[in-house]
Design a protein around this ligand. Sequence first.
Ligand code: 5AD
Ligand code: SF4
Length: 478
Amino acid sequence: MYNDDKENNGYVLNGELERQRKFMLEIKKLNEDFEKKYDRKKTMFISTFGCQMNAHDSEKIEGMLKTMGFVYADCEKNADFIIYNTCCVRENAENKVYGNLGYLKHAKNTNPFMKIALCGCMMQEDNVIQTIRKKYRHVDIVFGTFNLYKLPELIYTNIETNSPVFDIWKEHGEIIEDLPSVRKYKFKASVNIMFGCDNFCSYCIVPYVRGRERSRHPEDILNEVRMLAEDGVKEITLLGQNVNSYGKNLDENVDFSKLLRMVNDVDGIERIRFMTSHPKDLSEELILAMSKCGKVCSHIHLPFQAGSNRILEKMNRKYTKEKYIELVEKIREKIPDISVTTDIIVGFPGETKDDVDETIDVIKKVGFNSAFTFIYSKRTGTPAAVMENQVPEKDVKEQFNRVLEVLNPIVFEKNKAHIGKIFKVLAEEVSGQDENFITGRLSDNSIVHFEADRNIIGNIVDVEVYDCKTFYLMGKLV
Ligand code: 5AD
Ligand code: SF4
């Protein structure tokens, strides 16, 4: 990277951040000139696809754009700076980006100031970059997952050269700390604890687009959590593709269970969540830490993906159905009221009806509180993409429906068990359905709607649950 960066315990002091700050100031000046000339501020629109990691990256993008003087546009087509933070885990997320880009071509003709930027996981795929260069020439700036912090410089270069800027790195550089960021919620925040993934599940493109695993230093994480707590944040979500391998590449003797205990000690934080856990390396120490740390929510998201051992092996998941079930039992033994949620893929190459029966068996035996179910999506470059016996779409749909038919009633029953009880709920936002209602979350991650004044948002309140549907609870403020 840049020679002027100073080493500090293997970390790069943010000389790089200083560089970007200068670009941010330059662009801010240009935006102020624009405002004087046209009597309006430059506007921005950010679209985020995919997981919480992307949502969190978008908060950093927003922070940088705001520092540069951009304000929100009322809608996408009126924005001067449009950025798509993309996801490539499944094909439909990619198709949506292409569809939107086609539409933006026309919108750009009506706004001469419009700039379009693309970033995120999709941009790490060679075939995507080729397609954009060939078919979407109205795109101005493209960068990937490893150089998000360079956005100010890339905008500046695009203005200076008046030509498209592509900056995709094949590998990660140093972790850049302290980017400006705008949090969506005042009272809850996500904190990256690690980046990348080394697991190479055979269906998954993440290791190719997010690079090798690297953990942030515990002190950096704790400083961020402390700052957030001082700023009024009550709930922290620790983010990583596989939090259970936190610390592996660090000199410090720290693993995820230790980190959890340290975060639990930060004053002001009332709730701690984390995601995602890989079953293969969820340790006894972690279960113990979860049971001992009063602030850690009683919820674990533990993707099992498939129930058939044959399929699990082909997926390179490194555990068996029996081990998974045993692990959940062990967790429930130590933390009886914990809710367990999961991810399931249906239609992996070679998966038969009998294999899906095994998946259904896991669903029945574990009794998940909730699950994300996905139809397998072939991702070019992954080992599974070239496996024999790709399952035809109509067969997958049939199996997918079979899974849902078993899963949904189980989830409903789990929800029903809440009825008549009182729970601590973090009031998060006004309900999208009815503005007299507030939507909040229980410690176990269930969603509840209840009638209340909006000034309770951000508080942890007592709510009695009186009814439920498959995906949410209904309650009343106690
Ligand atoms: N097809 C379908 N689902 C996938 N996931 C990851 N890759 C694929 C794919 N190629 C799912 C997994 C993972 C979740 C984040 O996305 O279930 O846990
Ligand atoms: Fe993908 Fe597996 Fe890594 Fe999760 S653990 S990001 S599914 S490779």
